[in-house]
Design a protein around this ligand. Structure first.
Ligand code: ZN
Length: 151
């Protein structure tokens, strides 16, 4: 499957399925300005109708690197490495990454990832406006009782 499937949708929820992680490499996007096609990238904002984050699911082939170093104007990014290993580069710094690595990069940090391994690298990138988080973890939650469930 390389089509995003809508599982459920209502005024408070959009649920989708992008398929197995092993099939993420079948997706591709075309960047609007450069018209360049990038394979193995799934953006989720439009599909989920998210308003505070842009999340991408990414597959980087063996011995490949992201198409370019880039930075952002307003958004920080957090990369979560799910599979594979390689090098993360930020400005003049580079360090090894592997399954379980989590890297936050400030907007102005020029970043790139190189997959140095012989297997595919899978990672999630979460993009959100730097400094926008006000309440978080449990501070922003409100508990409610669920209909029909005794508490
Ligand atoms: Zn980015």
């Amino acid at each position: 499957m390389n089509q995003i499937e809508i599982i459920s949708e209502n005024s408070n929820c959009t649920a989708i399925n992008v398929g197995s992680m092993d099939k993420w490499n079948e997706y591709s996007i075309i960047f609007p300005i450069s018209r360049r096609e990038v394979k193995g990238k799934i953006f989720l904002k439009d599909a989920t109708q998210a308003t505070g984050t842009e999340i991408s699911l990414n597959s980087l082939p063996p011995k490949a690197e992201l198409p370019d170093f880039h930075f952002h104007k307003k958004n920080e990014e957090t990369y979560i490495i799910l599979r594979g290993s390689g090098l993360f580069l930020v400005d003049d710094d580079s360090f090894p990454i592997e399954e379980g690595s989590v890297i936050r990069v400030a907007p102005e940090g020029k970043r790139c990832i190189t997959n140095t391994s012989d297997s595919e690298m899978l990672f999630i990138c979460i993009q959100s406006k730097a400094g926008s988080l006000e309440e978080y973890t449990i501070d922003d939650g409100e508990q409610v009782s669920i209909k029909g469930v005794e508490s």
